[in-house]
Design a protein around this ligand. Structure first.
Ligand code: VGL
Ligand code: ZN
Length: 198
């Protein structure tokens, strides 16, 4: 058993009606539930921010959502408040199977965001996911979820860089697509040798 499915951030706030709604975000639930039956190991990630998180525009006076700021670790997009720990918005989307082996929370430090399931946005602070996968002998990963161009892409790119064989199932992903971010992320993933499946 060397394969795992990583289900990225299928949470209410990324679905229609949520604080950072991804168009069609809820449409990934059915295909992901079906995919889960094909994998012995399923990991779900959960965006999990404290109130007042530094990725929230509301934490930066004069800034609006989708503007950027320079943080010590680089440029950070500012988002509407979303996925606040314990809120309904942070909960997994109703109907999503959550009986996976591991639920990995990320973005829980106030001063740093974490799009990737592997590293925070400084690209050096590990979440521990790499060790979890390696110690279980997993070498091949399939990714699905939200959003294609942020948390899915960052997770996939880190996984490829770490030497995992990575497939992203685009039919079970939806994108935010901010200023061409979808096309940019697809091209980065292709260049990294990630299989894009639809
Ligand atoms: C995400 C923006 C902010 C994502 C999370 O799951 O793609 N995007 N936080
Ligand atoms: Zn977030």
């Amino acid at each position: 058993m060397t394969q795992a499915l990583i289900v990225v951030d299928v949470q209410n706030d990324f679905c229609p009606g949520g604080a950072l709604a991804v168009p069609g975000g809820d449409e990934v639930v059915a295909p992901i539930n079906a995919m889960m039956t094909q994998f012995e190991t399923v990991i779900l990630t959960q965006d999990w921010h404290p109130a007042g998180h530094s990725s929230f525009a509301s934490s930066h006076p004069g800034k609006a959502p989708f503007e950027t700021v320079e943080m010590a670790y680089g440029t950070q997009v500012l988002w509407p408040d979303h996925c606040v720990q314990g809120s309904d918005g942070a909960a997994f989307r109703e109907g999503l199977r959550t009986d996976g082996d591991l639920i990995l929370r990320k973005g829980f430090r106030t001063g740093i965001d974490s799009y990737s399931g592997f590293f925070e946005n400084d690209q050096t602070t590990p979440t521990g996911l790499e060790g979890y996968l390696r110690s279980r002998g997993i070498t091949r990963l399939t990714l699905a979820g939200l959003a294609t161009d942020f948390c899915v892409a960052f997770t996939a790119l880190d996984a490829a860089r770490l030497g995992f064989t990575v497939t992203v199932d685009l039919a079970a992903c939806r994108a935010i697509d901010l200023d061409g971010s979808l096309a940019a992320s697809l091209s980065l993933m292709k260049d990294a040798g990630i299989a894009l499946q639809s």
